[in-house]
Ligand binder design. Structure first.
Ligand SMILES: [Zn+2]
Length: 267
């Protein structure tokens, strides 16, 4: 998450975490309401790139190398449904991956596919829901995130119509493979998203600038949107409960039995 206020107010200290992809400098460590936390500031390590080139594996390695077992991803997303306005917050229950991203695979480790029938940690998801009880903005529980990867653009109208027809609530470019890599590493993972635009606002803007080149794009700023997910994270930490989870680590699955063909076939 990117939250300068939280980093300053809770006096978090910048630390560098080594990974096999090189050091990550954008980490802030400290305590919030007596809970030890690490904030990883954004998903880019230095250079900005299209979403399919973001090194999510490096970020998750930071989490793993620090011995952290619970991770919450925060996202700024696009709206899909006309009834949901800018600023709506989503607690993600599931996602639909539209593919087109790349993960480096360690060919020396046994191959396995993570079990993603329930991609989010149900304990974390429950606690996030509790943390939204008294907020004064709209929250959609059990949301479905459409993960559209890899293009230096946002969605077309036809894509939004399609995403709505397949049950999507919001659309973004980074939840997957972050969730998948978390699961492959047995980390409890949950996701919180805030909607920055809406199909109506985007259409209105495209029409407005035909008449007035100075027309405003969208009414809600990205920092106002992020304040909402930050408030929920702070509520979550205020009432933090270190729930034991036996599920997520199991679902990473291991496969130590892979063999190309039986041994006698070599003879
Ligand atoms: Zn879990």
């Amino acid at each position: 998450m990117r939250d300068d206020e939280i980093i300053k107010n809770f006096n978090l200290k910048r630390v560098t975490v080594p990974t096999s992809y090189g050091p990550v400098h954008r980490c802030y460590y400290g305590e919030i309401y007596n809970v030890p936390v690490l904030i990883i500031y954004g998903r880019f390590n230095g250079e900005k790139s299209p979403s399919n080139e973001i090194n999510h594996q490096q970020t998750i390695e930071v989490v793993k190398n620090c011995g952290i077992s619970k991770l919450i991803g925060t996202f700024v997303v696009g709206g899909i449904k006309p009834e949901n306005e800018q600023g709506t917050v989503y607690i993600i229950d599931d996602f639909i991956g539209m593919g087109n991203y790349k993960i480096d695979w360690d060919y020396n480790s046994p191959f396995r596919n993570a079990e993603m029938i329930q991609p989010m940690c149900s304990n974390l998801q429950k606690r996030l829901k509790e943390a939204t009880m008294n907020v004064d903005f709209p929250v959609v529980n059990n949301a479905i995130y459409i993960c559209f990867n890899g293009y230096p653009r946002i969605e077309t109208r036809a894509e939004l119509n399609f995403y709505e027809s397949i049950g999507g609530d919001c659309v973004g470019q980074t939840l997957d493979p972050e969730a998948t890599i978390s699961r492959l590493n047995g980390i409890c993972y949950a996701a919180l998203a805030v909607q920055i635009d809406s199909p109506q606002a985007r259409t209105k803007y495209a029409n407005d600038i035909k008449k007035d080149p100075k027309a405003n794009a969208y009414s809600m700023s990205i920092s106002d949107c992020r304040k909402r997910t930050s408030l929920i994270i702070l509520n979550f930490l205020k009432n933090f409960s270190n729930d034991k989870c036996n599920v997520c680590a199991k679902l990473k699955r291991v496969n130590n039995n892979f063999k190309e063909f039986p041994k006698e076939f070599y003879e």
